[in-house]
Write a protein that binds this ligand. Sequence first.
Ligand SMILES: Nc1ncnc2c1ncn2[C@@H]1O[C@H](COP(=O)(O)OP(=O)(O)O)[C@@H](O)[C@H]1O
Ligand SMILES: [Mg+2]
Length: 332
Amino acid sequence: MGQIIAVTNLKGGIGKTTTVVNLSAGLALKGARVLLVDVDAQGNLAMALGVKPRRTLYEVLVDGARITDCLTPARPNLDLLAADESLLAAQPTIARRPDWPRVLDQALRPARNSYDFIFIDCGGSLTVLNLNALYAANDVVIPTTIEPFSIKGLEMQVLQIARVKGGSGVLRAIVPTMYDSRTRQSVELIEQLRTRYGSLVTAPIRVNVRLSESSAQGQSIYEYDPRSRGAIDYALLVEHLSNLWGFRPSESAVPAPVFPPREASTPVQPAALAVAPPPQTDPIIAGAGSFLSATCPNCGHALQRATVAGYRVAYCNHCRYRRQELLSGVRR
Ligand SMILES: Nc1ncnc2c1ncn2[C@@H]1O[C@H](COP(=O)(O)OP(=O)(O)O)[C@@H](O)[C@H]1O
Ligand SMILES: [Mg+2]
C-alpha cells in the first residue's frame, strides 16, 4: 500500500506546491508510482505541471465519482487528482457530513494499491480539506521559509498535527525553503530549527529563481533547468526522503535520469532521458578535484554518496557539507 504524505503548512507562499511538484517528479523519475492530490482550491498543481485536467477532486468528494475516472496523467509514473475553485463550494457540503474528517481518506482508498506515494498538496489555511489531509496521511512533510514568523507558524502546525494524529510521530521532515545563506538571520534561524527539531530538518532548498520560472512554464525543475541549484537541492531531498521511506526502484522503473541540455523546453520523456547527451560544461563548474576524496574537508567524517537527477553528490551527514558533480566538473 502506498504511503500517504500530507505536505502542509498553515502559511501560504512558502514553497509547498513547489516541493510537492519537485519531490514527486524526482520520485517518479526514480521509478516510483506517484499520485498528487491537490486540496487547495487555487489549483496550482495542475498549472505547475502544465496539464489541463478535465475532472477534479470535487467530483470525487461531492458527486461520488470514482477516483480512477478523475485522474490526469501528468508525466510517466505521475498522476494528478486536480483541484479548482469548485473545491471552495465542496467544503461546507463536506463539513455537514457526520464522517467529515475521513471523507478524503475514504476517497483515496481505492487508489492506494496503485501507487508507492500519494502526496497531498495542502492549502495555506485551516480548512476542512486540510484537516482531511492530515487524517488521511500517515506521514507529514512541512516546508517552511526561514523567517521568524514562519518558524512561529511551524510550531502551530506541529501542535495541530499532534492534536489530529495524537502525537507528532507522523512528522517525517521539515524542509527549509527559499534559503539564503548570505543573510545572518537565515543561518541563525536554521540553527535554531535544528536545535529544536534535530534530524527532522532536511538540507535547505536554496532560493532560486529557476524554481519559480519552472512553475510558470508548467515544468518540474529537472525538466526546466536540471543544472540549477533548485534541481540539485530538490534531487538531494528526493534521495534523502526516498531513503527514509525505504523506496527501492523496481526493475521496470523509468531509466535513471540523464538530462538534456538547458535549452530543452518541453517535458522530457523517459526514452529521451536515457539517451540524451549530458550537459556541456558550465562556466560556474570548477574542476573535479576533491570530489574523489572519501572524507569531509570540513570535519573529516566519511562522506556519503548518491547519484540523483544527473548528478553525483557527496555529502556529509555530520556538518552538512555537500558537493555535487555534473559530467566533468563540480559546483557547490
Ligand atoms: N526555493 C525557491 N526559490 C525561489 N522561489 C521559490 C522557491 N520555492 C518556491 N518559490 C516560489 O515562491 C512562490 C510560492 O511558492 P509555492 O510553492 O506556490 O508556495 P505554497 O504552495 O506554499 O503557497 C511561487 O512563485 C514559487 O515559484
Ligand atoms: Mg500551494
